[in-house]
Design a protein around this ligand. Sequence first.
Ligand SMILES: NC(=O)C1=CN([C@@H]2O[C@H](COP(=O)(O)OP(=O)(O)OC[C@H]3O[C@@H](n4cnc5c(N)ncnc54)[C@H](OP(=O)(O)O)[C@@H]3O)[C@@H](O)[C@H]2O)[C@@H](O)CC1
Ligand SMILES: Nc1ncnc2c1ncn2[C@@H]1O[C@H](COP(=O)(O)OP(=O)(O)O)[C@@H](O)[C@H]1O
Length: 484
Amino acid sequence: MRQAWRVADVRAAEQALMATLPEGTLMQRAAAGLARRCALLLEEAGGVYGARVTLLVGSGDNGGDTLYAGAALARRGAQVRALLMRPDRVHLAGLRALRTAGGFTVRELPDRADLVLDGIVGIGATGGLRKPAAAVAGRLSELRGRHGARAVVVAVDVPSGVAVDTGDVPGAAVTADVTVTFGSLKPAHVLGPATVRCGQIELVDIGLGPALRADPAVSVPDSGDVAAWWPHPGPASDKYTRGVVGIATGSATYPGAALLGVSGALAGPTGMIRYAGSAHEEVVRAHPSVVAAPSVADAGRVQAWVCGSGLGTDDEARTTLRSVLATALPVVLDADALTLLIDGKHARDLRRDAPVVVTPHDGEFKRLAGEGPGPDRAGAALKLASWMNAVVLLKGDRTIVATPGGEVWANPTGTSALATAGSGDVLAGLLGSLLAAGLPAERAAVAAAYAHGLAGRRAAAEGPVSAPDIAAALRPTVRDLTSR
Ligand SMILES: NC(=O)C1=CN([C@@H]2O[C@H](COP(=O)(O)OP(=O)(O)OC[C@H]3O[C@@H](n4cnc5c(N)ncnc54)[C@H](OP(=O)(O)O)[C@@H]3O)[C@@H](O)[C@H]2O)[C@@H](O)CC1
Ligand SMILES: Nc1ncnc2c1ncn2[C@@H]1O[C@H](COP(=O)(O)OP(=O)(O)O)[C@@H](O)[C@H]1O
């Protein structure tokens, strides 16, 4: 698992640590790590000696890190030029170090560069990039180095222009090949559109870890976490003790939603699936292992329900949702179930002891919360989670899972191949199976999103992806994930 901390918490930790160290120690550690990584990149691209390095230097300490790293590269024979965003405000000791090492300043962005260090702004950024930085950021992809190769862009701490605490990109921003960050990850490294601006992320240890007292803002699961959480049958297991998941989705009009939900659940850890709804005949025809009934009342015992997609919003759908919410079981509410909640008639039913997971996309989120998630997707998901007392799985490129207790997870496996009709139905089925097998709601949501994303990638490797391909790819995905 990786974790990211907010700017205020990083600053508090830095201050606590700096009080115990000689002045400038942290910047020296940061700059040394940055220079090491840059030297490796230059070695891969033909060597440090003689390489052209451009420093984009802002007026704060981010510019200071960059100047010291530039000085280290100049000492190894690189031709280092610094473009100062504010020549009247620059880290003077850093600039002296650069000049002493043989680097110099320039007034215009040089056309030729093997490597560009983006030290315009780091965690001190406010708002979108201003002039002249915005124009410079827009020109970086034009720069060419040895043999006409595109200049490699290294962001110092964060790509300049991203909103560090939310991962939003409010305007012009640098797109980096590598981001070298210091002390801890920040939310922009793992959330929102900023993630694609970061390229490969490298964390330089500057000794901050023990000083980070606050809880992380965002956690990012890895395959080890998901494998450790995934329930497995034991020698004493039977189909009931493994958990039974109930799927109350689909309708005569939308039988496909029922089939897709069931196919997601089939890849999960439960020993049995019960289907309840008017697509029961289609479900049994396609999936003979499923025990199907026309309604929730007739379905028999389950340990968790999935309710919503393709259900419609008529009286029968309302009855289904009411029956599911009346149980003392964990439930996943998706699609039409969310629409039915919105008219307020069922909102009170959510005051229940058993967990609820809601899985909105942005449109459903807007209907539930009264406004869209906006630029702070994690903050918005947290607010909704607290308001509904439910785990919120906010779908997107970086799907977010937020809990009423204030935890946020960002899924790292998303792929745009998942943006296909019915893909969410598969996810909800898998999530329901994990819940029924006994996983706590937030882990079930995080694990389902993680496996779903990997399955989307696996399916995309074979060609164009539709939802049944994602469901089919789940089985080998779960095998690979859990057989380590
Ligand atoms: N603290 C530590 O111990 C350590 C910190 N470290 C390093 O320090 C960095 C933080 O440094 P920092 O606090 O000086 O802020 P920083 O990111 O350089 O930005 C401030 C400057 O940017 C400007 N500016 C703001 N927004 C802007 C915009 N949109 N567009 C354009 N300009 C904008 C703003 O100008 P102003 O608004 O004042 O006019 C101000 O002058 C951190 O990311 C890490 O690299 C490491 O050395 C490890 C130890
Ligand atoms: N651009 C994207 N990149 C990555 N994943 C995406 C993107 N767009 C959608 N997804 C994912 O695809 C799935 C779509 O779910 P949903 O909108 O509920 O579809 P449906 O209702 O048709 O089943 C979600 O898991 C979501 O996170």
